[in-house]
Design a protein around this ligand. Structure first.
Ligand code: LLP
Length: 441
């Protein structure tokens, strides 16, 4: 519980998000339903933005990592808050373009951007491309040349730190499909290659050490290694990076096994990065580079919840009780993929004490289709509204139509109102691209 908190329990014992009764939301919009609190999202964007203004004289830009939740409304909010975005596919570029996003504030990532995606990025005038292979640099140089433009780029590098939640490891050489290793010399070699491309303007470097990280020291170490590398390259080649992009990865609360961070705590992570960069600049006599960060999860995860209706309940005596809901791995594949843990509660009886441990099962034809295992809840009944918390990031964006289930709609709440930002799919949407060739008829 902290100042960004969007969740409350009202006098009727109903869960509220952003001041809206979730039971009323479920009635009005149906279930399953993704719900996002706009104030929360904007507060997080502002927290990072204001920290850069206050602690780094505004010499930087927050990029919302839009893979966490990409839709036109999110790009519109990011635009409105004056921040940038990170995109990773032609589809994300298209969505941003349709939202009227200013492309000078767009950074494009990807270890295997296709030729068509690079062309499209340049057509849209994407501000910066983060190159991740020599082949990509060559292709981009060629496409930029054809268009008579000089394209700004960063090189993705590996500082040799991999971080996950509360732990991090330092490795001499990172085994990753992303980036160029600093220690192995690949990052230096790539720098020389890119500097020699006449249609590319190398601005600096990007790294991203992982996601759902709470350990401040891992960000600090990564920044130290990147800055050491920048100094080394300056000494060896004369090229001094003017931009440093430290990626995203700040952790969020899913269950009480995770810390629940306040806006101030997130600002502290960023401050730790900033101070490290400043110190290193002093140490090496470097000009302070333009700083980019790419938070995705920490902006939107805790802003979102998913509402379900409880369906069949099955108890296997002495083994387990399954509470089935009208969602599942098609709208939240994170348990199936990562065994992610969640907090679930009965939104219509939120004040009742937890009396049993149950597993929340989805409706897909797959036994691994679970949303949460062994969660404490009051005894659920068919028809109850179940809320799963912290579902704003990597839920809608990873949803599918598995079993031809419909991806739930998304609504955003603010000032006592709820609006669709992604409307409900229909069965017609499912067959929109289906064709029956003549010979099958
Ligand atoms: N920048 C880059 C280059 C990234 O690859 C990512 C995430 C981010 C920024 C944003 O990281 P964040 O602040 O959201 O941690 N599907 C997984 C998460 C994959 C994250 C991939 N990259 C999940 O559901 O946990």
């Amino acid at each position: 519980m902290n100042e960004r908190d969007t969740l409350k329990i009202n006098n009727e014992g109903h869960l509220e998000i952003g001041g809206m009764d979730t039971v009323a939301l479920a009635e009005a919009f149906g279930t399953p339903l993704y719900v996002y609190d706009e104030v929360y999202i904007r507060n997080m964007m502002r927290t990072y933005k204001n920290t850069i203004i206050k602690e780094y004289s505004g010499n930087g830009l927050v990029l919302y990592a839009s893979k966490a939740f990409s839709c036109m409304a999110m790009y519109t909010i990011a635009k409105d808050e004056g921040i940038g975005i990170d995109v990773v596919s032609g589809g994300e570029i298209y969505t941003a373009a349709k939202s009227g996003f200013p492309f000078d504030r767009v950074y494009m990532h990807g270890n295997n951007k296709t030729y068509a995606e690079l062309e499209y990025a340049l057509d849209c005038k994407v501000g910066t491309i983060v190159v991740d292979s020599l082949g990509e640099a060559e292709t981009l140089n060629e496409i930029a040349g054809e268009r008579g433009i000089k394209q700004a780029v960063l090189i993705r590098i590996n500082p040799g730190i991999e971080a996950h939640t509360h732990a991090f490891v330092q490795t001499a050489r990172t085994d990753s499909k992303f980036g160029f290793s600093i220690s192995g010399g690949a990052a230096e070699e790539m720098t020389k290659q890119v500097l020699a491309k006449e249609n590319l303007i190398l601005k600096g470097y990007h790294c991203h050490i992982g996601s759902q990280i709470f350990e401040k020291q891992s960000f600090v170490l990564a920044a130290e290694k990147v800055m050491n590398f920048i100094a080394e390259i300056r000494n060896k080649t004369g090229f001094e990076a003017t931009e440093v992009n430290m990626g995203g990865g700040f952790g969020v609360w899913y269950t009480d096994e995770d810390a629940s961070l306040s806006a101030t705590d997130y600002a502290e992570y960023l401050k730790a990065l900033i101070y490290t960069i400043k110190d290193k600049c002093q140490e090496y006599g470097l000009k302070e580079p333009f700083l980019l960060i790419e938070p995705g999860r920490s902006i939107v995860a805790e802003a979102g919840i998913t509402l379900y209706r409880v369906g069949r309940i099955k108890e296997i005596p002495g083994i387990r009780k399954y509470v089935a809901i009208d969602g599942g791995m098609f709208e939240n594949p994170r348990y199936a993929l990562y065994q992610s843990k969640y907090t679930a509660l009965l939104a219509n009886r939120a004040k009742e004490p937890c009396t049993e441990k149950v597993s929340i099962a989805g409706k897909c034809c797959e036994s691994g289709d679970l949303i949460a295992v062994d969660v404490s809840m009051p005894e659920a009944r068919e028809g109850d509204i179940l809320a799963v918390l912290t579902t704003g990031a990597y839920h809608y964006s990873m949803a599918s139509n598995y079993n031809r289930n419909l991806v739930p709609p998304s609504v955003i709440v603010k000032d006592g109102r709820a609006d669709y930002i992604i409307k409900p799919q229909t069965y017609e949407d499912l067959i929109r691209n289906d064709l029956i060739p003549e010979r099958l008829k």
